[in-house]
Write a protein that binds this ligand. Structure first.
Ligand code: ADP
Length: 483
């Protein structure tokens, strides 16, 4: 099975979010299943400058973007610690920039040109390099044009005759929307700018192209694959998704347990395991110190690590914050994002210096320290395609309190004190009352340390490794190629 994995970011080369983690981890997990994986990436500025060992392939291309022919070349590297070749599309005019998609919070005005060039260059390079994948696995709007070209302009091309396409949606809210005047830049027949094609409320919608023209679709959790067929979560594309539901499935993302395991994590104060939890107390103490909170061992410490975005349910947290502070708890937050939340949390930290610690930055080591040191982890998301932090939290015995949506619903099961079943605390409705109720239930169990410890043990033993996800992707690829 030969698979071409296409994403616009990939750890360790370039990252703005969870997509990069997936694209960086999935290839080696697929390798372990015997899949032959190749990847392509734009050569962004952060990939050059001697940070990675790159070699030229000698291949140069001239890619049509609207009326222009844009020159680019192809370099090659390997995904570290794997034999996965990663080909880089080099075009300084489009990719030698500080950001991947934007500068100072503003999207680059030529993103359509940039990812048109990338998509066409990939297809051209495959032929020139004689790489003939059984499956092209594209991800998100940046690579959504690839299935469109394959099913339209290249439909008769014998080179791609046996190639199938899978398109994975990591977050339906990001669709790659552009003014309709830009459609000709894609080189696609103008007829495709219609309600049955890439037109969406008089704009170009690249993601919609991916949804319509791929052989199969997937999202990063089963629950999210169902939610996005409804108006509440469908971001206007629910009709398209519903029409294609028989081709849509959900495969949960995995966790890189080499990086996220309390037994071996080198970024935390003391290692611990389900068998020996004693190190967790040291991690809690160190975390309290980092945030300048009183180092009391038995006050439940609530943690949040997140993009500060409306999606993550910060309005619900804000509404219950005063109630929370009236309880005997401590709270720490790590996050960056929307300025309105920066302001709000700065205010709250100033108001409750003994109970609330706030770090408004991106800091991977501190993220690990929160996972290790907190007692509970809060994710009241309005929607959550998969979510990684709740899975990290489970491994560190940091019990998640989550809203039942997307990947949160698929990974966290509500705890029942009587049966002892469950690994966290779940609330259904996106309102602050329900959130506070779930939190109070959690705190009640926390007060019974024996019960709490057995809940922690259960949570820590759960397995969300990439191997499971890779097996499911392989089954999906196989069903496509034998269909
Ligand atoms: P999303 O992709 O929607 O942002 P996920 O939970 O899927 O949410 O993944 C977020 C990833 O980014 C996690 O690995 C999380 O630990 C990390 N992260 C988010 N904010 C920060 C931050 N301020 N500092 C360090 N890591 C962060």
């Amino acid at each position: 099975m030969k698979v071409l994995l296409l994403a616009s970011e990939m750890v360790p080369f370039a990252k703005t979010g969870g997509l990069a983690d997936v694209a960086g981890a999935l290839p080696s997990a697929l390798n372990r299943q015997g899949v032959d994986v190749t990847a392509f990436l734009p050569k962004y500025r952060c990939i050059g400058g001697g940070r990675f060992s790159l070699e030229p392939t000698g291949l140069t291309l001239s890619i049509p973007v609207g009326d222009r022919s844009v020159p680019c070349s192809i370099e090659k590297t390997l995904l570290p610690e794997t034999a996965v070749p990663v080909y880089l599309v080099c075009c300084d005019e489009f990719f030698d920039r500080d950001g991947l998609y934007q500068d100072k919070g503003k999207d680059y005005p030529d993103n359509l040109e940039r990812f048109t060039l990338f998509s066409r260059a990939v297809l051209e390079a495959l032929k020139k390099l004689d790489i003939q994948p059984d499956v092209i696995h594209a991800n998100d709007w940046q690579t959504a044009l690839i299935p469109v070209y394959l099913k339209t302009q290249l439909a008769e091309d014998s080179f791609f005759r046996a190639t199938k396409t899978l398109f994975t949606i990591h977050n339906l809210a990001y669709q790659g929307l552009f003014p309709k005047e830009k459609f000709p830049l894609t080189g696609l027949d103008q007829e495709l700018f219609s309600i049955h094609g890439l037109e969406f409320y008089n704009k170009v919608n690249l993601l919609k192209g991916g949804l319509l023209f791929s052989d199969r679709l997937s999202t990063v959790s089963r629950r999210y694959s169902e939610e996005i067929q409804t108006p509440e979560y469908g971001c206007g594309l629910e009709g398209v998704l519903k029409d294609r539901r028989e081709f849509l499935s959900g495969v949960l993302n995995g966790v890189d347990y080499q990086a996220w395991s309390p037994e071996s994590d080198s970024l935390i104060a003391k290692n611990f395991s389900a068998k020996d939890l004693s190190g967790k107390a040291a991690c809690k103490k160190a975390l309290q110190k980092t945030y300048g909170l009183p180092q009391v061992p038995d006050a439940p410490l609530l943690g949040v690590i997140s993009r500060l975005a409306d999606q993550k349910g910060f309005d619900l947290l804000d509404e219950i914050f005063e109630d929370l502070m009236a309880l005997s708890v401590q709270f720490v937050l790590l996050g960056t994002g929307d300025p309105k939340y920066h302001k709000r949390f700065e205010l709250l930290a100033a108001k409750y210096p003994k109970k609330c610690g706030v770090a408004l930055k991106f800091d991977n080591a501190l993220a690990h320290q929160i996972e290790a040191g907190a007692d509970l982890f809060l994710m009241p998301s309005r929607y959550e395609p998969c979510g990684l932090n709740q899975m990290y939290s489970l491994r560190y015995g940091t019990i998640p309190v989550v809203r039942a949506t997307g990947g949160l619903a698929d990974t966290v099961e509500d705890y029942h004190p009587k049966s002892g079943r469950g690994n966290g605390f779940v609330f259904e409705k996106a309102n602050s009352k329900a959130f506070l109720k779930a939190l109070r239930r959690a705190l009640k169990v926390y007060a019974h340390q024996e019960r709490w410890q057995s809940l922690m043990g259960h949570a820590m033993r759960m397995d969300f490794s990439w191997d499971r996800s890779a097996e499911q992707y392989l089954a999906l690829y196989q069903s496509m190629t034998t269909a």
